[in-house]
Write a protein that binds this ligand. Structure first.
Ligand SMILES: Nc1nc2c(c(=O)[nH]1)N[C@H]1C(S)=C(S)[C@@H](COP(=O)(O)OP(=O)(O)OC[C@H]3O[C@@H](n4cnc5c(=O)[nH]c(N)nc54)[C@H](O)[C@@H]3O)O[C@H]1N2
Ligand SMILES: Nc1nc2c(c(=O)[nH]1)N[C@H]1C(S)=C(S)[C@@H](COP(=O)(O)OP(=O)(O)OC[C@H]3O[C@@H](n4cnc5c(=O)[nH]c(N)nc54)[C@H](O)[C@@H]3O)O[C@H]1N2
Ligand code: SF4
Ligand SMILES: [Mo]
Length: 711
C-alpha cells in the first residue's frame, strides 16, 4: 500500500530550518518504539500543537517517524480514562481515588491473607518509565511479598536476553545504532525496520546507499531487501539452519579469527564438529533457500573487517528463539566481529522501554541488572533498602500466571499498561484466565480488551504527561519530560503505585521520579552513576560508572561471563512447534505494520486510522490464485487453536506457502489463531509459525486476483 505518509521516517522540515515551531518545546523521548528518538513537544495553552524531532537525539539525529511525529492526538482523546472506575453489578462506576486505592489494597490484602502472596501477580508496563517499572517490581516484592512480576519482554525479546547473557554476559545490544554507519556489511535477520523501527530503517537505507553491503533474511521480501546486495527468502522457523550454514562456510573458508577464538572464546571444538553437518546444500534444503545464497552471505559478512547483525522477532518468537539468538552470537564470536566499532550485535528491542523494564527487575527471577532473586547478597541489599524480608522463590512468568489463574492457584492480577487479552497468544485461554481471577486491577490510559475483565481501573498518564527515563535498544538511558498535565483526575503510574503500596502498609518514600532513580543507582551496579543531570540531552548507555562515564560499546577486552570468554553454542537446527500439513497447509506469520502500534489503543485514536483501518492477511498471488482469493476479499483463517476473519492483500513479497497478518485491531482477533507453543528456555510465544487453512468468504470488489503493491 502506498500513500503520502508511507515514507516511514520523515525528515522534519524544521531540521532544515524551514518551519521552526515557536519556542524550543519540551525535550523528551518518544514513547512508541525502542529506537528512542528524542523529540520536542510543542504545547500552547495546554494543548499539544506538534511534535518535532530533536536534532541532538543520538538515535534519530533530527528524524522521526509517522508515529513519533504525528500519532499524538490520542493524548487528548475523549476516550482517555480520566477517573478511577470500579465494577459494580457488571457496570463500571466512577469513584474517588481514595475509594479506588482502598479497594485495591483491601482486596489484595484479603487474597494475600487467605491464599498467600504468591496468589497475586503483577505486570509492569514496558510503555512506562524505568522509575515506574522499578517501583512496580518493588510493589510486588516488598508490598505484596511475591516475585510474581513480569513484563512484555516475555512475549518479545526474552530469548534475546537469555542468549546474550549466556553467550556474552550482559542483556543488551553490544553497540549502538552508530555502528550501522561504521559497518561495511550488515545482516538483518527476522526484523522489518522500515515498518517497526522506521528511523533505524532510514539510517540503514542511507548507509546502504553509501555502500553498506546489506543481507536480509526473512520469509518476506522486506522493503530493505530492495536496498541490499542479497535477500535470502526462507521458510519461517528455519533460521538455525541458515545461521549454521553461514558458520559452516566461515569455518571452511577460513573466514574466522583464530586468535580471537583462542584468546576470547570457549566451545570452538564442539561447535566446529557440529558445523560439519551443515554444509550449504543441507542447510538450504531445510530453509528452502538457494545454497549459493548461504555461501554468499558468509562471504559478505566474513570478507570485510567490520560487520554488524541486527535482528527482531523473526528470530525470537519461535520455539527455539533463544537458541537461534545464540547462533547469531556465534557468527560474531567466530569472526571476532564484536567489541569494536562497526561490529555490533543489535537486537531491535520493541517497546520504548522494554530494555528498561527488564533492566529494572520487573521479571520473576531477577532484581535490577538481571541479578537472581536467589542470590543472598543481592536479595539482602534490597531487604536492607526496603526494610522488609523478600522471597527467594522465583515467581510466575506470564504464561504461568495465566495457567495458574485457570488452575485456581492465582487469584489476583495487577496489570499496568499491557493488553494481554488482545496481544498474548491463545486468546481464548487468556480470556478464560482473566475470567477466572477473583480480582483484576488494570492501570491504563484507555479501556481495552483486558480492562473489560477488570474489577478496578486506575487512570494513568501517557509518556507525554510524566517524568522519568526510558532505555532504548542501544542501552541508552534517556530522560522523559512532561509536556502536558494528565487529563482529568488521571495520575502518573508512579504516583499510583506509591499510593497502592502505602495503602498495603509499605512506604516507598519516593516524592519524585528522581528519588526512584537515586535508589536504582544505589542498588544497581550498571546504573551507579546515573542522575538526570548527567543524562543531559543525549542520555548515557549502561553500564554507567560512578563517575558518570558510560559504555557505548561492550566487551572491548573481555566478556561478562564467569570465565570472561564468549561462549560458542553448539546447537543444532530443530523444527518449529507447528508444521503445515494437508489440512492446515499454510504457515501464518504474524507481525507489524508501520501505521499501528501493538494493541493499537493509541494509534487507532490518531489520524493514522485514516491511513489504515484494518488488519490484513498478506498472501502470495500464487497461493491466492489457487485458493480463489482476490485482493480485498474477506477470508476465513483457521488454525488448530481458533478461527478469525481478515481481508486479503496480495503481495509478491511473501514467500509462497506463507501468509502474514498483523494484530493491531481487536476485532480481528488474530491471536485466537496462535497456540501455546513457546520458546523452550524463556516461554516466549511462537507467534511466527502457525499452521493455518485459508478460505475465501466473500468475493472482493474485483473478481480477478489483482496484484497489490506489497510492502
Ligand atoms: N509500527 C510499529 N512499530 C513497532 C511495533 C508496532 O506494533 N508497530 N511494535 C514494537 C515492538 S513491541 C516490537 S517487539 C518491534 C518488533 O519489530 P520486528 O521484529 O521488526 O517486527 P515483526 O513485524 O513482528 O517481525 C519482523 C520480521 O520477522 C519476519 N519473520 C517471521 N518469521 C521468521 C523466521 O522464521 N525467520 C526470519 N528470518 N524472519 C522471520 C517477519 O516476516 C517480519 O518481517 O516493533 C516495535 N515497533
Ligand atoms: N500475533 C502476535 N501477537 C503479538 C506479537 C506478534 O508479533 N504477533 N508481538 C508481541 C509483542 S513483541 C509485544 S511487545 C506485545 C505488546 O503488547 P501490549 O504490551 O499489550 O501492547 P501495547 O499496545 O504496547 O500496549 C500496552 C497498553 O499500555 C497502555 N499504555 C500506553 N502507555 C501507557 C502508560 O504510560 N501507562 C499505562 N499505565 N498504560 C499505558 C496502552 O493503552 C495499551 O493498552 O504484543 C505481542 N503480541
Ligand atoms: S522510530 Fe520509534 S522512537 Fe522514533 S519516532 Fe518512530 S516510533 Fe518513535
Ligand atoms: Mo515487543
Amino acid at each position: 500500500m502506498e500513500h503520502p505518509g508511507a515514507d516511514a521516517a520523515l525528515l522534519e522540515a524544521a531540521a532544515e530550518g524551514a518551519l521552526q515551531p515557536e519556542g524550543a518545546g519540551t525535550l523528551t523521548t518518544c514513547g512508541y518504539c525502542g529506537v528512542g528518538c528524542r523529540l520536542r513537544a510543542h504545547v500552547h495553552a495546554g494543548s499539544l500543537l506538534s511534535i518535532t524531532p530533536a536534532l541532538e537525539g543520538p538515535a534519530n539525529r533530527g528524524h522521526a517517524c509517522l508515529k513519533g511525529r504525528f500519532a499524538h492526538r490520542f493524548a487528548r482523546s475523549r476516550e482517555r480514562l480520566t477517573e478511577p472506575l470500579i465494577r459494580r453489578g457488571g457496570r463500571l462506576v466512577a469513584v474517588s481515588w481514595e475509594e479506588a486505592i482502598a479497594t485495591v489494597a483491601d482486596r489484595l490484602g484479603a487474597i494475600r491473607r487467605d491464599h498467600g502472596a504468591d496468589a497475586i501477580a503483577g505486570l509492569a508496563s514496558s510503555r512506562g518509565t524505568n522509575e515506574e517499572c522499578f517501583a512496580m517490581a518493588r510493589l510486588m516484592r516488598a508490598a505484596i511479598g511475591t516475585n510474581n512480576i513480569d513484563n512484555c519482554s516475555r512475549v518479545c525479546h526474552s530469548p534475546t536476553s537469555y542468549a546474550l547473557r549466556r553467550s556474552l554476559g550482559l542483556s543488551g545490544a553490544t553497540g549502538t545504532f552508530d555502528d550501522i554507519e561504521r559497518a561495511q556489511a550488515a545482516i538483518i535477520i527476522g526484523a522489518n525496520p522500515t515498518q517497526a523501527h522506521p528511523v533505524v530503517g532510514a539510517r540503514i537505507k542511507q548507509a546502504a546507499l553509501r555502500g553498506l553491503a546489506l543481507v536480509t533474511i526473512d520469509p518476506r521480501r522486506i522493503e530493505l531487501a530492495d536496498y541490499g546486495v542479497l535477500h535470502i527468502g526462507i521458510r519461517a522457523g528455519t533460521n538455525a539452519a541458515v545461521l549454521l550454514g553461514i558458520a559452516h562456510v566461515l569455518v571452511r573458508e577460513g573466514l574466522i579469527d583464530e586468535d580471537f577464538i583462542a584468546q576470547r572464546t570457549e566451545g570452538y571444538e564442539t561447535l566446529a564438529a557440529l558445523l560439519d553437518a551443515y554444509d550449504p546444500p543441507t542447510a538450504g534444503a531445510i530453509a528452502g533457500c538457494d545454497p549459493q545464497a548461504i555461501e554468499e552471505a558468509a562471504h559478505i559478512y566474513g570478507d570485510c573487517e567490520r560487520a554488524s547483525i541486527l535482528w527482531g522477532l523473526g528470530v525470537t518468537e519461535h520455539r527455539y528463539g533463544s537458541e537461534v539468538a545464540q547462533l547469531i552470537c556465534n557468527l560474531a564470536l567466530l569472526s571476532g566481529k564484536i567489541g569494536a566499532p562497526g561490529c555490533a550485535l543489535l537486537p531491535l528491542r520493541g517497546q520504548n522501554n522494554v530494555q528498561g523494564s527488564s533492566d529494572m527487575g520487573a521479571l520473576p527471577d531477577t532484581y535490577s541488572a538481571y541479578r537472581s532473586v536467589t542470590d543472598e547478597a543481592v536479595a539482602g541489599s534490597f531487604e536492607a533498602a526496603w526494610g522488609t524480608p523478600l522471597s527467594r522463590r522465583p515467581g510466575y512468568r506470564i504464561p504461568e500466571m495465566l495457567d495458574g489463574a485457570c488452575a485456581g492457584d492465582l487469584k489476583a492480577m495487577y496489570i499496568v499498561g499491557e493488553d494481554i487479552a488482545q496481544t498474548d497468544p491463545n486468546s481464548a485461554h487468556v480470556r478464560a484466565a482473566l475470567e477466572a481471577l477473583d480480582f483484576l486491577v488494570c492501570q491504563e490510559i484507555f479501556e481495552n480488551e483486558t480492562t473489560a475483565y477488570a474489577d478496578v481501573i486506575l487512570p494513568a498518564s501517557s509518556f507525554l504527561e510524566k517524568e522519568g527515563t526510558f532505555t532504548n535498544a542501544e542501552r541508552r538511558i534517556q530522560h522523559v519530560a512532561p509536556a502536558l498535565a494528565p487529563p482529568g483526575q488521571a495520575r502518573t503510574d508512579l504516583e499510583i503505585i506509591v499510593d497502592v503500596a502505602r495503602a498495603l502498609g509499605h512506604e516507598m518514600g519516593y516524592r519524585a521520579p528522581a528519588d526512584v532513580m537515586a535508589e536504582i543507582a544505589a542498588l544497581t551496579p550498571h546504573f551507579a552513576g546515573v542522575t538526570y543531570e548527567r543524562l543531559g540531552d543525549t542520555g548515557l548507555c549502561w553500564p554507567v560508572h560512578a563517575d558518570g562515564s558510560d559504555s557505548a560499546i561492550l566487551y572491548t577486552d573481555r566478556f561478562h561471563t564467569a570465565s570472561g570468554r564468549g561462549r560458542l553454542a553448539a546447537l543444532p537446527y530443530k523444527p518449529p512447534g507447528e508444521q503445515p500439513d494437508a489440512e492446515l497447509p499454510l504457515t501464518l506469520v504474524t507481525g507489524r505494520i508501520l501505521e499501528h502500534y501493538n494493541a493499537g489503543t493509541m494509534t487507532r485514536r490518531t489520524p493514522n486510522l485514516a491511513l489504515c483501518d484494518h488488519d490484513r492477511l498478506e498472501i502470495n498471488p500464487i497461493d491466492a490464485r489457487r485458493l480463489w482469493i482476490s485482493e480485498g476479499a474477506t477470508v476465513s483463517v483457521r488454525s488448530r487453536h481458533g478461527r478469525c476473519e481478515l481481508r486479503a492483500s496480495l503481495s509478491e513479497r511473501i514467500e509462497p506457502g506463507h501468509v502474514f497478518a498483523s494484530f493491531h485491531f481487536p476485532e480481528s482477533r488474530t491471536n485466537l489463531l496462535v497456540g501455546a507453543s513457546a520458546d523452550v528456555n524463556t516461554a516466549c510465544p511462537e507467534y511466527k509459525v502457525v499452521a493455518v487453512d485459508v478460505r475465501p468468504l466473500s468475493e472482493a470488489p474485483s473478481q480477478r486476483p489483482a496484484l497489490a503493491s506489497g510492502r
